[in-house]
Each structure stands twice: as C-alpha cells, then as structure tokens.
Design a protein around this ligand. Structure first.
Ligand code: MGD
Ligand code: MGD
Ligand code: SF4
Ligand code: MO
Length: 768
C-alpha cells in the first residue's frame, strides 16, 4: 500500500466514548421516536423553524424527504399529523441545521486536524457556505471564487490525455434535473465513467430483475400492501431504514395479512410497531408485525429459499400450492429450475440456513395457501458475492406462486437514497445503450462514447493505477462509502484534482487529490431561486413515481449554487462551444432540462406537464405482468448455486449494517436505540456462545482482521456486545467496517462490494 500524503487519517476515528448497553427494545416508533424527533430538530434547526419545515415534508408540492426512497401515499391519503418518520426528521435536522462551516472555520482547522475528528464531529460542523480550495501541498482549505473554481476544473479536464481519465460519481440525493445534466455533460465530454452509489447498493437487484422480469425496478406500489396476503421482508431493516414502511405493514396486518421476516437479527422494527401518527399507536401496545421470524445465517438465504420452494413443490398434489397455469403461460426455464432443485436435500438446505424447523414449517403453512405475495428486500441480499442470485431466487419463489403482475403481489426492492432510482432513470449509468446514444445525438447533436466506463470499484482501481486523474462527485462521501478504505484513500490521492459538490463536510473532503475543491450546494429543504423566480426539482421514489420537490427554507448561505447550475457551469467552462448544448440556459431553467429529458427518454413524455400535482408513474412492464420484452416473451426462472464460505473454526462472517442514528456515512448520533446500544459506534454484535468460546466478556475490546489473498486488513477497537445473532456471524456498523472489505471482493455481475459477508478473525485488542 502506498503512503498517505499529508498526515491524514482516512479511517473512522477509533476514539472510544462511554458505551452503555441495554436489552433491545420491545417495540419500534411510538413515543420514543417522537422524543428523538424533537430532540434532533430543536438542537439543530430550532423548534419552530424545524416543525414548520417538517409540516411540508412529503406533502404534495412540498419537500421530498432527503432520507430514504420510500414512497408517499396518494394525494388526499397523507397524514395531517405529518407524513414523515423519526429518521426523516433527522435527515431534515442534518440539512437544515443552523450551524455553518465557514471559511473562518477552515482557517482554524487544517485538513490533517479535521481528519482526526470522528464522522459525527465532522457532520456537526454545519453547512458549507463557500467554494473552497485545497491547493497542492497546502494543509488548509481557503475560499475561492466560483469562476476560478470552474476554470481550475475545466483546465484539469482539458489537460487530460483522454476524457476517460476523468470520473463522474453520483450519490442518490441529487435531483433528476441535476443527474440528467451531469450524465449529458460526462458523455459530451467523452466518457462513460459514471459510477454511482447504486453500484454499492441495489445494483444486484437491477441486474437480477432485468434478466428475469425485464425491468430493473420493483413492481409493487403502496396500494399493493393492504391487498397482499403475505409480505416477506428479507435482508432489510425497515424500522430504521424505511420507517414509514411499517405503516404499510400495519395496514396489511389489520386486513389479516401475514408477515414473514428473514434476517440473522430479530430487528425490533419487524417485531412490534407503535404508529406515531395515531394516538392509539402512542398509548397502546402497538401492532405485532412479523408472524414468523426465520433467523437465517448470514448469506444462507439461497438454501433457505430453495428449501421453501422444494417443500412447496412437493406439497403441490392438487395444483393448489404452486401456480402451474402461470408457470406454463408466463414463464420459461421452469423445467431446468425444477430438475435442479430436485437435486437438493431439503433437510440439508434447512440445516445450512440455520433456521429452526418449527419456524420453517410455520412459514410453509403461511405460504402454501397464499396466492398474493410481496417480497421486500434491501442490502442484506444485494451486498454478497452472490447478490444477484439472492434476488433471482426471490423472483423464482414469486414466479412459482404466480405472484407477479397482479394486485397485492410482486417485487419490492426497497431503495436507499431518496433519488437513487431517478438518477438511473435519467441516465446515470457507466455505459451508453444504443438507444440512449441515438436519443442524445438527436437531441444534443453529439456522439456519445462507445466504450463501457468504470463503475465504483473499477473507478477506484483506475485511480489507484493512475489511469484516472480527475474525480468529481455529485454528492456523497466516496472515500467512506466505498470498500477497502485505505486502498480507496490511495486511489483518491493519486488524482490531480478531486471535486466534491456537497452540502456538508465529510471525510472525502480531507483525503483528496493533489488539489481539491469543495463546491457548496443548496439542499432539498431550501428555496431554489433564479432571477427572482422559484424553481423546483423532481425525483423518483422506490415505486417509480416521479414527483416535485420544492424547498421552503432560506439557503444556508447566499454564496451557494444549485446542483444543476454548478454542473452547467462546469460543462460550459470545459466545453465552451465544442458542443451545441446550451449549458447555461439549461442550468438556469429546469423546465428546459425537463423538456430535454422528455426528448431523450420516452417514458418521461410531457414531463413538465405530468410532474405537476402529485406526479406520474413511469411505465412498468412487470407490474402489468407483461414480459414481452424478454426472450421467449416470458419471465425467467433461474438456477442459482449455493453460496460457499469456507469458514474455519476461529473465523466469522461479518455484516456491516446501519445503526438507528446514521444515514450512510452521515452520523446523526451515537445511539442504536432499538438494538440497545448507547453512546458508541465501535461495537461488534456477537453470539454469547462465541463470546464464551473466545473467553471474552461483554464489552471487552477486540480488533477485527480480514485476510484475503494473504493480505491482512485491520479495524481496531470494538466493544463486543452479546446479541441474538447466529453463531459465527457478527455485525458491526458501516463505515467503520469498510476498511476490511478488499477492493476485489464484490458481487458477480453487479460488482457490489461484499459488505454483508466479510470473512474475519477476532483478535483481543492490545491497549497501546
Ligand atoms: N435511517 C436511515 N435510513 C436509511 C439509510 C441509513 O443509513 N439510515 N440508508 C439508506 C440506504 S442508501 C439504503 S441502501 C437502505 C439500506 O437499508 P437496509 O438494507 O435495511 O440497511 P442495512 O442496515 O444495511 O441492513 C440490512 C439488513 O439486512 C440484514 N442482513 C445482513 N446480511 C443478511 C443476509 O445475509 N441475509 C438476510 N436475510 N439478512 C441479512 C441485517 O441484519 C439488516 O437487518 O436504507 C436507506 N435508508
Ligand atoms: N460496508 C458498507 N459499505 C457501504 C454500505 C454498507 O451497507 N456497508 N452501503 C452502501 C450503500 S447502500 C450506499 S447507497 C453507499 C452510500 O454512499 P454515498 O451516497 O456516497 O454516501 P452518503 O453517506 O449517503 O453521502 C453523504 C454526503 O452527501 C452530501 N450530501 C448530502 N445531501 C446532499 C445534497 O443534497 N446534494 C449534494 N450535492 N450533496 C449532498 C453530504 O456532503 C454528505 O456528507 O454506501 C455504500 N457503502
Ligand atoms: S420513511 Fe424514508 S422517506 Fe419517509 S420520512 Fe422516513 S426517511 Fe423520509
Ligand atoms: Mo444505498
């Protein structure tokens, strides 16, 4: 590994706090979430200003929550008490904070000093107010004029040997308008190097769903939930990461539907929910959600799903358990799938999965008779080497039951970032299809690059190997979100220039190329004005509805620029008159951008007109049960091998998950209330028998080591917390664990890092 220049710490701080642990909570949401909402809002935003902003959240014509991508109910069905959750409020508190990281702040603290701060402390410095530059060999950021910043970027870009030496990363919080313009610019400049956070997130879902159902998105809408008979929640923790999903699950339960949860952890959000939007939810004992919990071992979902499907097939004596008619009419590949599954021994599959037989049978009882099933999933399935197969196996189950393309049934990959799905729909992807290339040519009169570009892991490798020299990021925190933190740090430091379009300070601003720029932008909550007129942006939620988002707060500083404006200026300064694109006009007037989106993507026809009011749904073939765009015009059964992990006696599989007090690399606080951990993030959850075997006591300090290809990677100083987790499985938080994930360990096809199945050893921490 190369040496890190400047005396920078690229890792999360391992300074310990004063940890307290309690029993995990009995129920989620309720009064405790209202208390937490008020705490964060009053501390960061001010109570009145905060509550006023929250009243606009997720309302028609209001602010789209900058948290997750869970959709809003139809117009007229949104809660008057507030259509948001505790974590949406925390996202607002984080962005609408009254704290500021001004040029004076950067004068006082060098990047070296800031890198020793924790992520929590970095986030609490407040909103960025001015464009800042870190010059070569300098240790302090200083303010710079916008124009100068754009000139530096255009010079660096134009000095590259080829456009493919530049990388344009996108995080999922930017708008459709910004993302579209960014993609057009990268291609007009001449590169397909458009990695995005989706590469680390739901890429496995997109690939599996496209191959099997002909669309890389989920098929259900909110209205399907109360109409389902069963919802399976697998590899997802909605209580923390998509809290309003619990309201949909509650509706399903009230109508007699059943929930099966599949997770190595008994996540509190899936046990019992106290709806904070209803008085009865606050004072009552709440609604029991999960009917049966299958405590699967990490990455043993494929064996479990196979065991379920084989059992269902065997029970299908009078054609009432599986849907033969659907299979015959709508699918292909069943014979191969059937023959393959016959080769497995059900008992062996269940044993591998780690699930108790009694619970397995309960799940079978529920599934046997049901005809309308929704499967919801997230990172617990996607971030494994066989992430794509995990999802294909879920699709197999739905196809077997004919549970797709009808009300109350279908696929539900629950998206992470609030607009990660929209970014992709408007062209953020590291390749240009023939159709897109043609449409761009027709609309903007330039030729798009033909070669496939770099996705996230390959961008890092390219920078590390000196093949890419300029890195620009539209939001996000690339260093901390990506795998192999030290390798990624080296990669970024290999660049001539790194540029971050950001709202808040994060570690990626400290581990930079030779030169670095921070370009501060307005956020979702803020009023976006041009020439005295208010503008709005639009986003797409997890279920494919495109709608408006309009901020209400005064921007954090008068020196901020909107994302589309920043991108349009980078494009203008770089390309000048080399293309016929009217960059500055587009950056100033988003209606024009939306007109162009309508021209390039036919699904966005009449965008400006249709997006008004509560927006519009993009077409979705699998929602309609139409598979005519696939070969044989049918949905596809897949044959998926079992995942293999050779885990020795003293080794563990580690999953890196989110605490209740974070949004990805943004740390809202140090508590993980539902799991009973307070005032500390450096914890590793461990089965109590494993603690005994290793002679460890609760809260002892250990180091985690991963060894791949003989290379040791270490994450130091974690408290062991005894927890109800399968033996030889561990959990700790992301991004603390990222240093352990080798750059070359990623999922087949989707290239998503294996953040949920990292092979590690435990070593007692030596106090230094
Ligand atoms: N408050 C908050 N909301 C968020 C985010 C946030 O950080 N904070 N992040 C957003 C983003 S970008 C995303 S992608 C989503 C992430 O949403 P989730 O995917 O829910 O997030 P994770 O914490 O990564 O949790 C994964 C869950 O999968 C389980 N799991 C891990 N490995 C396995 C496995 O092998 N099999 C099974 N069956 N389960 C497994 C874990 O125990 C955990 O419950 O949330 C979004 N929403
Ligand atoms: N080990 C491990 N690693 C993971 C994961 C995991 O589960 N385990 N999850 C992966 C997943 S699912 C994802 S999505 C990625 C997330 O990767 P990223 O999307 O790159 O990371 P975030 O932490 O969401 O980015 C936060 C930063 O975005 C900036 N920001 C916030 N709002 C705005 C805005 O409105 N505009 C702009 N321009 N900037 C803004 C702020 O500066 C903030 O510091 O991480 C991945 N990494
Ligand atoms: S569920 Fe997601 S989108 Fe809805 S308020 Fe909570 S964080 Fe925001
Ligand atoms: Mo994500």
């Amino acid at each position: 590994m190369k040496k890190i220049f400047r005396n920078i710490n690229p890792l999360t701080s391992n300074r310990l706090n004063n940890i307290k642990i309690k029993k995990p909570s009995y129920s989620s949401a309720g009064l405790s979430s209202i208390k937490s909402t008020l705490y964060h809002i009053s501390k960061e935003v001010g109570t009145i200003r905060g509550l006023k902003t929250l009243s606009k959240l997720n309302q028609v014509d209001g602010i789209d929550c900058p948290g997750c991508a869970w959709p809003d109910p139809e117009k007229g069905k949104r809660s008057k008490l507030g259509e948001y959750c505790e974590n949406g409020a925390k996202a607002i508190a984080e962005e609408a904070t009254i704290k500021r990281a001004t040029p004076d702040f950067f004068k006082k603290h060098s990047v070296e000093e800031l890198s020793k701060w924790s992520d929590f402390e970095l986030g609490k410095t407040g909103r960025l107010t001015r464009p800042m530059i870190l010059d070569e060999k300098k240790k302090y950021y200083k303010k710079i004029k916008w124009k100068k910043a754009f000139k530096i970027i255009s010079n660096e870009l134009n000095n590259l040997k080829t456009p493919n030496e530049s990388i344009f990363y996108t995080s999922g919080r930017s708008s459709n308008e910004a993302a579209f313009l960014y993609g057009v610019f990268a291609r007009a400049f001449g590169t397909n190097n458009l990695p995005d956070c989706s590469n680390m997130c739901h890429e496995s879902s997109g690939i599996a769903l496209t191959e099997t159902l002909g669309i890389g998105k989920g098929s259900v809408t909110l209205d399907d939930f109360p109409n389902a008979e069963v919802v399976i929640v697998i590899g997802q923790n909605p209580g923390t990461n998509h809290p309003r999903m619990l309201t949909s699950l509650e509706k399903l339960k009230k109508k007699g539907g059943k929930i099966i949860s599949i997770n190595p952890l008994k996540e509190v959000g899936l046990k019992r929910f106290k709806n904070p939007q209803k008085i009865i939810g606050l004072i009552g004992s709440g609604t029991e959600l999960s009917d049966v919990h299958l405590q699967v071992k990490i990455n043993q979902d494929v064996p479990l799903l196979k065991a379920i499907m084989k059992t269902l097939i065997n029970k299908n004596t009078n054609n009432s358990v599986i849907n033969e008619e659907f299979i015959n009419e709508k699918t292909f590949g069943f014979k191969k799938f059937f023959d393959d599954i016959q080769g497995y021994d059900t008992e062996d599959l269940i044993k591998r999965s780690g699930v108790k037989l009694s619970n397995f049978n309960k799940a079978i009882n529920i599934l046997e008779s049901s005809k309308k099933i929704i499967i919801c999933w997230a990172m617990g399935l996607t971030q494994h080497k066989n992430g794509v197969d995990n999802i294909k196996e879920c699709v197999n189950l739905l196809l077997l039951k004919g549970s797709i393309g009808k009300k109350g049934a279908g696929t539900c990959p629950v998206r992470g970032h609030s607009n990660v799905q929209g970014d992709r729909s408007v062209g953020i992807i590291h390749k240009t299809s023939n159709a897109l290339s043609k449409a761009l040519k027709k609309t903007f009169h330039f030729d798009s690059p033909k070669d496939e570009g770099y996705d996230t892991v390959h961008s890092i490798k390219a920078m590390y190997e000196g093949k890419a020299k300029v890195f620009i990021s539209l939001g996000g925190n690339f260093l901390s979100a990506a795998s192999d933190t030290l390798y990624t740090a080296n990669a970024l430091q290999n660049c001539n220039l790194t540029v971050s379009i950001s709202t808040k300070l994060n570690r990626s601003h400290l581990v930079t190329g030779k030169k670095a720029l921070i370009l501060p932008t307005i956020g979702r909550t803020e009023i976006d004005k041009s020439k005295g007129k208010n503008r709005f942006v639009s986003v797409e939620n997890s279920m494919g509805r495109v709608h408006v988002s309009k901020g209400t707060l005064k921007p954090a500083s008068k020196h901020l620029m909107s994302e589309p404006e920043i991108i349009s200026k980078i494009a203008y300064y770089t390309l000048k008159n080399k293309t016929r694109v009217k960059w500055l006009k587009l950056g100033a007037n988003y209606n024009l951008i939306r007109e162009k989106i309508s021209k390039v993507f036919k699904d966005f026809k009449d965008y400006n007109e249709n997006v008004k009011d509560s927006g519009f749904y993009l077409p979705n073939n699998s929602r309609n049960g139409d598979f005519s765009n696939l070969s044989y015009k049918r949905a596809k059964f897949s044959v998926c091998p079992l995942p293999v992990h050779k885990i020795k006696k003293n080794e563990f599989l580690l999953m890196s998950i989110r605490s209740h007090d974070q949004f990805n690399t943004t740390i809202y606080g140090l508590n993980d209330r539902y799991r009973g951990v307070f005032n500390e993030r450096r914890v590793v959850f461990m089965n109590k028998n494993d603690l005994k075997k290793l002679n460890l006591n609760s809260l002892d300090l250990i180091d985690l080591e991963s060894i791949y290809n003989k290379k040791k990677r270490i994450a130091k100083k974690f408290h062991v917390v005894p927890y109800d987790i399968p033996s030889q499985n561990l959990a700790c938080y992301f991004p603390e664990a990222n240093v352990l994930v080798p750059i070359n360990q990623f999922a087949h096809k989707s290239h998503t890092p294996i953040s949920k199945s990292i092979k590690v050893k435990i070593v007692k921490h030596k106090l230094s």
